[in-house]
Design a protein around this ligand. Structure first.
Ligand code: CLF
Ligand code: SF4
Length: 496
């Protein structure tokens, strides 16, 4: 059953009518995420193969959902307002409907029957899952019983993590995210006014030290149990931005698989300490620069670059928000049967399509990031709905995928969302049209690649010095071709 274009094989069928097929998907299929291309242990490869957060490639084909069952929190972060969902994995200002464990398990089954790409269920709030252990573990047990083919995922601030590693393993959770914003209490006291630990509220450096020790102890124990561990960090300019390179180095040395550096989203109306006190979020360029520093030099970390900072009740592919569609009472009823066979067939079709794309990409011999970087590169923005293809109309794009392009070379850098384009009054205003916002968002790009565009936006982009390429093709192929064309006519333009 599906309401989302059920024939997945059709959706990911390659190439466009009239064009030579070729190329492939986001990153090397042996890589976990982001820009690095590294061979993976077969066990790890199996774990990331269909996890949309742990693999940039997988996120083009598979969906996740969150169930909002965990209301309380044991920590106060200066980027969080408790009226809203946990900002460690959600954008500030988003509020989810709290579910009971039974309602959550029913909703998972309902969604799984209707979103065939669903592969992962996560608990990420609205508070901290491990500050609500009974609700969280009951939910996980029910989901494992009713929808056993789905992967289970958990996100936590880590304060209570050492107490629950065994239960996490027993429940069958195989992916855990810990938000670590510092490993130095002097930095930590600027981010955490207090933590609640062993029945007492602790503040200042003491609070930050306890939190950091507990986070690292929890991570160490998870890794020892074979759980795939990701670390999320909120990048707060002037507070922990420089320090996150050290965080990356430390967690990598402990066996963490992936580091997700996310921008602080800060505005006074969210009512957070940082928002009310003028702390700004970083620009996309600043985020990309820090991610590059974490992934090279001393850090050498595998970096997640496609996070959408989604809601505690998110549903769908990472780039889409279908939470409203599944917010009614219908989804919470117990009566539905579960069609695991139908879902298995659909996932097999997805895998067949991915395999074809890989083979075609290999035949094209386009390098996907990795160690080598051409001497001349430019940035290009891609409008895509996923599935490895340039397949989105410019005017309908709510986000752009930014690539660095060179001769037979393409490196995925980041996602830029039009809705979230606001880094201060000089870049954002109520009077800006969606077109102005897109152009502002892409000001450092040399080209936009999309499947269709109107004459007016094409002209406006040209006036801003941004070329347009219209195609329906594999993303890396289109990116490398556009890059080559621009460099041969205009030369290189500074990349991020
Ligand atoms: Fe959810 Fe997090 Fe699991 Fe993914 S989200 S609990 S690891 S299934 Fe993913 Fe969303 Fe970013 Fe989180 S895009 S906010 S990283
Ligand atoms: Fe808010 Fe999450 Fe921090 Fe708790 S851990 S204060 S819910 S951001």
């Amino acid at each position: 059953m599906s309401d989302s274009g059920t024939n997945v094989a059709q959706v990911i069928a390659l190439g466009s009518p009239g064009r030579k097929a070729g190329g492939g998907c986001g990153v090397n299929s042996n890589a976990g995420c982001g820009s690095k291309v590294m061979p993976l242990d077969p066990l790890v490869r199996e774990k990331v193969a269909n996890h949309p957060c742990y693999s940039q490639e997988a996120h083009q084909y598979y969906a996740r959902m969150h169930v909002a069952v965990a209301p309380g929190c044991n920590v106060q972060c200066n980027f969080c307002n408790r009226k809203f969902d946990c900002s460690n994995e959600s954008r500030p200002g988003v509020t989810s409907r709290l579910l009971s464990p039974e309602e959550a398990a029913n909703k998972v089954r309902y969604v799984a029957n209707r979103v065939p790409q669903l592969s992962v269920v996560g608990i990420a709030g609205p508070g901290d899952p491990l500050a609500n252990p009974d609700r969280t573990f009951r939910t996980l047990e029910l989901i494992a019983e009713k929808t056993p083919d789905l992967r289970l995922c958990l996100s936590t601030n880590g304060l209570a993590l050492p107490d629950y590693v065994e239960r996490i393993v027993d429940c069958g959770v195989d992916h855990v995210t810990v938000t670590i914003n510092m490993v130095d209490p002097e930095v930590g006291e600027l981010i955490y006014p207090w933590v609640y630990f062993e029945g007492k509220r602790r503040s200042g450096k003491d609070a930050a030290r306890i939190l950091s020790e507990r986070q690292l102890e929890g991570v160490k124990n998870l890794v020892a149990k074979g759980i795939l561990c990701k670390v999320n960090s909120v990048m707060i300019p002037g507070v922990n931005d420089e320090h996150l390179v050290e965080v990356s180095r430390v967690v990598r040395s402990m066996g963490v698989f992936l580091h997700n550096v996310m921008p602080l989203v800060s505005s006074p109306e969210h009512g957070t300490y940082f928002g009310l006190n003028g702390f700004r979020g970083p620009s996309p360029q600043e985020v990309a620069n820090l991610q590059d520093r974490c992934s090279s030099g001393d850090g050498q970390m595998n970096i997640m670059r496609h996070c959408r900072q989604c809601r505690a009740d998110a549903v769908g592919m990472l780039g889409e928000d279908r939470s409203e569609e599944f917010s009614g009472d219908d989804a919470l009823q117990a009566a539905e049967t579960y069609d695991a066979d139908e879902r298995r067939k659909l996932h097999q079709e997805i895998e067949r399509g991915r395999e074809e794309q890989r083979a075609q990409r290999e035949s094209l011999r386009i390098e996907l990031g990795g160690g080598y970087r051409p001497s001349s590169t430019v940035l290009v923005a891609v409008a895509t709905k996923g599935n490895g293809l340039v397949n989105q109309h410019f005017g309908q794009a709510t986000e752009f995928w930014i690539y660095e392009a060179g001769e037979r070379w393409a490196r995925f850098i980041q996602i830029r969302s039009i809705d979230r384009y606001c880094f201060g009054p000089e870049t954002c205003g109520d009077d800006q049209s969606p077109l102005d916002r897109s152009i502002g968002l892409l000001a450092d790009c040399s080209a936009v690649i999309c499947s269709k565009i109107g004459e007016d936006p094409r002209r406006a982009l040209a006036l801003a010095g941004i070329d347009t390429f219209v195609t329906y093709d594999l993303i890396e192929k289109a990116v490398a071709e556009a890059g080559e064309a621009i460099i041969s006519t205009k030369g290189s333009r500074a990349a991020v």
